[in-house]
Design a protein. Structure first.
Lengths: 115, 113
């Protein structure tokens, strides 16, 4: 099946620095990618929808200036956590798909720890 | 507001037993209901999915039962194995939002030998 690759799988950063997470669709073109956040033992919460060539759409309560999303091509979306703080520590997961929900695939996730 | 409600939060089953996880939804516009399996430190992987025009779908040991009138669907894992121990999420989406999913709260399944 289709593969979505997320990088890095783990990152530790100091408070106040920025971290970039990449999400790549390896064998298909994705006009839309989604970014989720997952706290320990909790569900995935949609943060934003990343649209190729246009601005991302953020869910209510998600700070767009803090979580910068760029979807520069049909195979790459990036999430940058700016001025990270310990409360931003979480598991971030992207998904990408084709024309419909049956074609959605998830990345392996990125564990962010802010110290 | 949680669009998809899932229960139980955790489940312990003996090897060979049946694991049953239930989900309920409110939005009748949902038209695709997948189940995802997630191992620690990994992203979710699609297990099985159903559309509301059928009441049941079976793939190997995994079965989805769907009750459109009750707005409920469930996952049954037959002959549960220790390797099935993982967190399971139900989800829902509707065609107008493409690949955007609303996830249940997850069920941590432990299958004991």
């Amino acid at each position: 099946g289709a593969v979505v690759s997320q990088h890095p799988s783990r990152v530790i950063c100091k408070s106040g620095t920025s971290v970039k997470i990449e999400c790549r669709s390896l064998d298909f073109q994705a006009t839309t990618m989604f970014w989720y956040r997952q706290f320990p033992k909790q569900s995935l919460m949609l943060m934003a929808t990343s649209n190729e060539g246009s601005k991302a759409t953020y869910e209510q309560g998600v700070e767009k200036d803090k979580f910068l999303i760029n979807h520069a091509s049909l195979t790459l979306s990036t999430l940058t956590v700016t001025s990270a703080h310990p409360e931003d520590s979480s598991f971030y997961i992207c998904s990408a798909g084709g024309q419909g929900p049956t074609e959605a695939f998830f990345g392996q996730g990125t564990r962010l720890t802010v110290v | 507001q949680q669009q998809v409600k899932q229960s139980p939060q955790s489940l312990i089953v003996q090897k060979g037993g049946i694991s049953i996880i239930n989900c309920a939804y409110e939005n009748t516009a949902f038209d695709y209901f997948p189940w995802y399996q997630q191992f620690p430190g990994k992203g979710p992987a699609l297990l099985i999915a159903i559309r509301p025009d059928v009441s049941e779908k079976k793939e190997g040991r995994f079965t989805i039962s769907f009750n459109k009138s009750a707005k409920q669907f469930s996952l049954h894992i037959m002959d549960s194995q220790p390797g099935d121990s993982a967190t399971y999420f139900c989800a829902a989406s509707h065609s107008s939002t493409g690949n955007q999913f609303y996830f249940g709260t997850g069920t941590s399944l432990t299958v004991i030998p």
